[in-house]
Design a protein. Structure first.
Length: 276
């Protein structure tokens, strides 16, 4: 058996490990996570609950669920679905210690999108008196107190969500806290991907362009803004629980994201009528 030098083995390993996270794969994973987050909010949280509690039919788009029936539970359902999903994805990531890097990153971005959407809606509705939670507290007195509670709960829970996501990115995904450029790439690319996807899909919605500017874009651009600054609040001493690795290009994720994005924008963007 011929001798193999340790230098040669080390060199081979280095060639197999990519030198940087692949931007296209980051974008693809973020698109899949973003579509899932929105369907959970509009389709499950609003649409399914509405159909189960009284509505006979409704129109589901990427920006809203619309029907003749409605209730406080239906209005709150989108946020509750996202928060529940965020907790599930968080638990799955903590349990996926032996999963591949793309899987761990998908779970991280999925719970980030869901937690930010859920907690951000409290703050958004409290400040603007518009959106799901403005409808939930409509008619409750004193109204100013309910709005103030939404702002306080929203701000505190949103910051807590940012801490959880930042810690998860380091500890469970395996990105060292001192790799600031890498952290920025793994958070800013998903943010931009989510904004572009929401914009394209919202342009085709049949409920009017006003919903795109008033709801869809603020919920995405504002709601996911924690991704732009969470890296600066990751607690000192947070360390990866596994050997750090890189996110290599995955054509499977890229193809899946392309197909889902096409259906999401062209089909769901135009609206789908659902019946009980």
């Amino acid at each position: 058996m011929p001798a193999i030098s340790t230098t040669a083995v080390s060199s081979q390993r280095e060639t197999r490990v990519p030198t940087a996270d692949d931007s296209l794969t980051i974008c693809a994973i973020s698109i899949v996570a973003g579509i899932l987050t929105n369907i959970l909010h509009e389709g499950v949280g609003h649409g399914l609950i509405d159909l189960l509690t009284g509505a006979k039919s409704g129109v589901l788009t990427t920006v809203a669920w619309s029907s003749a029936f409605g209730s406080r539970l239906v209005e709150a359902g989108g946020t509750l679905a996202n928060l529940a999903a965020g907790l599930i994805f968080w638990f799955l990531l903590r349990s996926a210690k032996n999963a591949l890097m793309p899987t761990r990153y998908f779970l991280l971005i999925s719970y980030a999108f869901n937690l930010f959407t859920g907690t951000g809606y409290f703050f958004f509705s409290g400040v603007t008196n518009f959106g799901d939670w403005a409808a939930v507290i409509a008619g409750l007195r004193p109204h100013w107190l309910w709005r103030a509670l939404l702002v306080v709960v929203g701000a505190s829970s949103y910051f807590s969500a940012a801490l959880v996501v930042g810690i998860g990115l380091v500890r469970h995904v395996g990105v060292p806290r001192n790799q600031q450029r890498r952290l920025r790439k793994l958070t800013i690319v998903p943010y931009l991907s989510a904004v572009v996807l929401a914009s394209l899909a919202g342009l085709l919605n049949p409920l009017g362009m006003q919903l795109l500017w008033q709801s869809a874009l603020p919920a995405t651009a504002g709601g996911q803004s924690g991704l732009l600054w969470l890296q600066y609040y990751i607690p000192r001493g947070t360390e990866p629980e596994r050997v750090p690795d890189r996110l290599a290009r995955s054509y499977m994720w890229i193809v899946v994201a392309a197909v889902l994005a096409f259906v999401y924008v062209v089909v769901l963007g135009r609206g789908v009528t659902l019946h009980r």
